[in-house]
Design a protein around this ligand. Structure first.
Ligand SMILES: Cc1cc2nc3c(=O)[nH]c(=O)nc-3n(C[C@H](O)[C@H](O)[C@H](O)COP(=O)(O)O)c2cc1C
Length: 188
């Protein structure tokens, strides 16, 4: 069981990083092999709409997202984390999603869906406001999960969180994250 965690915050060791890592610790404790990708560490371009992926289902931009595409194909379960920026996903997260247009074409044009059952996936998000607009980010994440062959099986949404590292003091969320990670690893 491979669980892939994607950190869409540019802030290493920030709240998203810590919270996604916590889910992965829960998954590892339940026997999963876990891997974490920090988008902020990668060098990649946004989708340029060239449509080269339309007849092939493969993105021609040769940068750090190529191995991420492979990991997304091979994962048995996924945790996507993005803080809310300007009522939506971070630019790093949205650029990854746009660069998955190749998967859209694979599914809708070439009719090659991901083999097997839909894999479980969790959306982790947080924001500094008392009521971050999670509902504006969720439809994009749901569509992305579905196109890549993941089912939106859960979410962990945390408001009122700004300083890096503050998440570890939210004891209820911190222990719930461990449970969500464990449940993800035993699901299937
Ligand atoms: C450019 C920018 C835009 C932001 N926009 C929002 C927003 O619209 N709503 C919100 O609740 N928080 C917003 N925030 C606050 C972050 O979501 C918050 O600080 C979060 O804890 C950052 O997560 P991280 O530690 O994982 O980077 C914004 C922060 C930045 C830097």
């Amino acid at each position: 069981m491979k669980v892939l965690g994607i950190i869409g915050s540019p802030r290493a060791d920030g709240n998203t990083d810590l919270l996604v890592s916590r889910l992965l610790v829960g998954a590892a404790a339940a026997g999963a092999h876990t891997e974490k990708v920090r988008l902020g560490d990668l060098n990649y371009r946004p989708c340029d709409g060239c449509e080269s992926c339309k007849p092939t289902g493969v993105c021609v931009i040769d940068d750090d997202l190529q191995p991420v595409h492979r990991k997304l194909t091979e994962a048995d379960a996924l945790v996507l984390g993005s803080p809310i920026y300007w009522h939506g996903l971070t630019a790093q997260t949205k650029a990854l999603i746009d660069r998955c247009q190749c998967f859209w074409n694979l599914r809708t044009v070439l009719r090659k869906a991901h083999a097997g059952a839909r894999r479980p996936a969790i959306f982790v998000s947080l924001g500094g406001q008392r009521q971050p607009r999670f509902e504006l980010a969720i439809p994009t994440v749901k569509l992305w999960f579905s196109v890549l062959g993941f089912a939106y099986t859960g979410q962990l949404l945390v408001p009122n969180l700004d300083s890096p590292g503050e998440i570890v003091r939210r004891e209820d969320v911190w222990s719930h994250a461990l449970e969500i990670g464990r449940d993800l690893a035993v699901r299937r």
